[in-house]
Design a binder for this molecule. Sequence first.
Ligand code: CA
Length: 228
Amino acid sequence: MAPEVLVVEDEPDIRALIVHHLTQDGFRCRTAADGTEALTRLRAAAPDLIVLDLMLPGIDGLEVTRRVRAEPAWAAVPIIMLTAKADEVDRVVGLELGADDYVAKPFSPKELLARVRAVLRRARPADPGRALAGGDVALDPGRHRVTVAGVTVELTPKEFDLLHALMGSAGRVLSREFLLNRVWGYARADEIESRTVDVHVRRLRAKLGAAGRRIATVKSVGYRFESE
Ligand code: CA
């Protein structure tokens, strides 16, 4: 499915312009006219990327960035900030707060599209075609195939996506919230949903046999795939 971009911009003309060009380039778009609306849209579902104007009425772009980065379900969503040329300081603060890139206004739609594509590429460390390996576990996203010591393991689509996420960030702890968002598409996680992750991890481990021990439980945080 085409990546979805949340466009947060209070000026209707600029918002429409951005949406027009993104849509023409094959992206799906949702929009918000201010920070409060942006947070509401995020709660409904996390997009693949946020184009975020810095100067917004009410909750501004910096505060939206801060909140997005503080929320596990959204923390991995890349942000491109739109700034006025003079906002040098805010731009630096924005990047420190966790914006991935910025585009200075006035910008050409072509430049914005190039940044959107570049940031999305960077944001997807496990690009769907790249095969991953850790110990004797091999995962081939192109063929949707997992093997342990060369023997194919039958996984459900969710188990496959879960292993893909874990192996794609091998050595790093992924929180249940992050996994729920990445694998199940939930913007928010409650207790029952968090248990969904535990249940799937348990099944996945069992199917991987001895190699299942590579999925380490990190107490009260989440899970980590260990290649070593
Ligand atoms: Ca503005």
